[in-house]
Ligand binder design. Structure first.
Ligand SMILES: Nc1nc2c(ncn2[C@@H]2O[C@H](COP(=O)(O)OP(=O)(O)OP(=O)(O)O)[C@@H](O)[C@H]2O)c(=O)[nH]1
Ligand SMILES: [Mg+2]
Length: 225
């Protein structure tokens, strides 16, 4: 069953204020290649922000609920704030084409544990072209890592070039794989223009701090508009 989700001409949901009169939660999507660190970023963001914000998470996995189970096992949020959407075949379909299961998951979370300030939606790992529908998320973070070498930003693709924030994760591995972070920064700039890029290592206990800062800024803008 699909609920009606009207969007404006840019695909942004028109309903941003709930029937209670409160502004709905900001929805941030996290996409990126398999294993780049999306779940690690979600976990670290929850730990960094959960004392100051009311948070919930939706994960998208193909055949399992592994990412949600990881987040539950590590107790980054109370279990009732974490929902897994099993996408069946293609995670990018669920976040880009038929977004209804994700929208329902977000609305059910808002009804069950709201009011919420922020919902993080993780896409199942995919290639460089999987991006979120603007009808599903208000902003998207694309997570890549340095482990495949320093060529990924140069290859471009909608996630690298058009995401609201590009995260280049696992900088701790750069010396081991011979990745040149300066080259990655230059190529990211060439692809993204003024859009921001942040380097991080999530094995550093404070490694998520710059990403958490960016999320706080987006939330302040969301509340102000
Ligand atoms: N060395 C290092 N390992 C990391 C870092 N961030 C994540 N990892 C590890 O990378 C592996 C994959 O991380 P995940 O967070 O599961 O990646 P993902 O993008 O969610 O993966 P999928 O959802 O399967 O696509 C895990 O073993 C993490 O512990 C980092 O900054 N440095
Ligand atoms: Mg994951």
């Amino acid at each position: 069953m699909h609920r009606d989700h009207p969007t404006d001409e840019f695909g942004t949901p028109r309903v941003t204020v709930l029937s209670s009169g409160r502004r709905r939660a900001l929805r941030i999507g996290l996409g990126g290649p398999v294993g780049s660190g999306k779940t690690a970023t979600v976990a670290a963001l929850c730990r960094a922000l959960r004392a100051e914000l009311s948070l919930a998470v939706v994960t998208n996995d193909i055949y399992t609920t592994e990412d949600a189970e990881f987040l539950l096992r590590h107790a980054v949020l109370p279990p009732e704030r974490i929902t897994a959407v099993e996408t069946g075949c293609c995670p990018h379909t669920a976040i880009r084409d038929d977004i209804s299961a994700n929208l329902e998951a977000v609305e059910d979370l808002e009804a069950a544990v709201g009011p919420l300030d922020l919902v993080l939606l993780e896409s199942g790992g995919d290639n460089l072209t999987a991006t979120f529908s603007r009808g599903l998320v208000d902003a998207q973070i694309f997570v890549i890592d340095v482990a495949g070498g320093d060529k990924i930003p140069r290859k471009g693709g909608p996630g690298v070039s058009g995401s609201d924030l590009l995260v280049i994760n696992k900088t701790d591995l750069a010396p081991l794989v011979g990745a040149d972070l300066a080259v990655m920064a230059r190529d990211a700039k060439a692809q993204r223009g003024e859009l921001p890029t942040l380097f991080c290592s999530l094995v550093d206990p404070d490694g998520v701090a710059p990403i958490a800062g960016w999320v706080r800024e987006r939330l302040a803008r969301w509340r102000a508009h």
